[in-house]
Write a protein that binds this ligand. Structure first.
Ligand code: PMP
Length: 303
């Protein structure tokens, strides 16, 4: 888990700079920034970033959806993030590029600001093994509506909503919360992860028509499942379908596949054959143990 990270470093525009972000920065004052979370894994051939280009393309898409002005393209972002990862000297880490504004100026017109890339890197312990199963509740706090926010954008400000749901879930004795789409009332996602169900051997995840981030781990798991011959479906999911499932798990870059032990008062069976098979395939892919997935790994040169 990311929160177990022991150290961190900040790189701005490829060179180490002061960590301090001006308190008056619009990104601090109003949450006006877009970001990514990328995993660097120790592989047999050295450290590598998992699905780097897909993450950076989503960063560019997030900026475009919000109208954030900046001077980057995919190649320059790739260079900055690889340099930052290499400069850290780490091989197992969580890498967070943030397109933010450093100017201490007031206002909410994003076109008035200059946005620049900063990358924060958290070291992860070498024994970063598969995460334990979690207990989840269904949150009273819905995801932001697609009528109020472009839900495909990964923007810092919207994480207040995740924080509300997670804080409330924790106070109620749960590890995480499932959040609903406010317009349809259907299952959207967890606070920082996508949701998967297994029912009679079929893998189901909420479709992107609801208020769901197009998770890169979600896409990875769907691809791995299809290649393993598991039937997949991206469909509307009603909250009542959660306890009716045989297995449930969450997906996100930070933790990979996280099994769900219980939703509200319903406990899932301890045997999770589909979750286990997909977790194994996922770990093989990210750790460089599956040569057919090498295109998903970008090597990081050590300085
Ligand atoms: N939904 C939300 C709200 C998230 O913050 C994340 C984490 N980025 C995800 C889903 C999972 O996305 P990914 O697999 O790309 O990390």
């Amino acid at each position: 888990m990311v929160t177990r990270g022991a150290s961190h470093s900040t790189v701005v525009d490829g060179s180490l700079q002061a960590r301090e972000l001006p308190f008056g920065s619009n990104s601090v004052q109003h949450g006006t920034a877009v970001f990514e979370g990328i995993r660097m894994y120790a592989t047999p051939t050295g450290p590598a970033l998992f699905r780097l280009d897909e993450h950076l393309q989503r960063l560019l898409d997030s900026a475009a959806l919000l109208g954030i002005p900046h001077a980057y393209d995919l190649a320059s972002l790739r260079g900055h993030v690889r340099d930052a990862a290499a400069a850290s000297g780490l091989d197992n880490a969580y890498v967070r590029p943030v397109l933010h504004t450093r100017e201490p100026r007031l206002g909410v017109n994003l076109r008035d600001f200059h946005f620049t890339l900063g990358t924060e890197i958290w070291a992860l312990p070498p024994d970063d093994t598969a995460p334990p199963a979690v207990r989840v509740t269904v949150s009273p706090w819905c995801r932001p509506s697609r009528l109020t926010f472009p839900v495909r954008a990964k923007a810092t400000g919207t994480y207040v909503v995740s924080a509300l749901a997670r804080t409330r879930a924790s106070a109620d004795g749960f590890d995480d919360a499932i959040q609903l789409d406010p317009n349809s009332g259907r299952v959207a996602e967890a606070t920082i992860a996508n949701v998967f169900l297994v029912r009679e051997g079929r893998l189901v995840t909420p479709w992107l028509e609801d208020s769901v981030l197009a998770g890169i781990t979600r896409d990875t798991v769907l691809t791995l499942a299809r290649d393993l011959g598991i039937e997949t479906a991206e469909v509307p999911v009603e909250p009542g379908e959660l306890p009716a499932a045989d297995e449930m798990f969450l997906t996100g870059t930070a933790s990979g596949l996280v099994p769900v032990a219980a939703v509200e008062s319903h406990t899932y069976a301890a045997a999770r054959p589909v979750t286990d098979a997909l977790s194994r395939a996922y770990r093989e892919a990210v750790l460089g143990g599956d040569p057919s997935r090498s295109s998903w790994l970008t090597p990081v040169p050590h300085p």
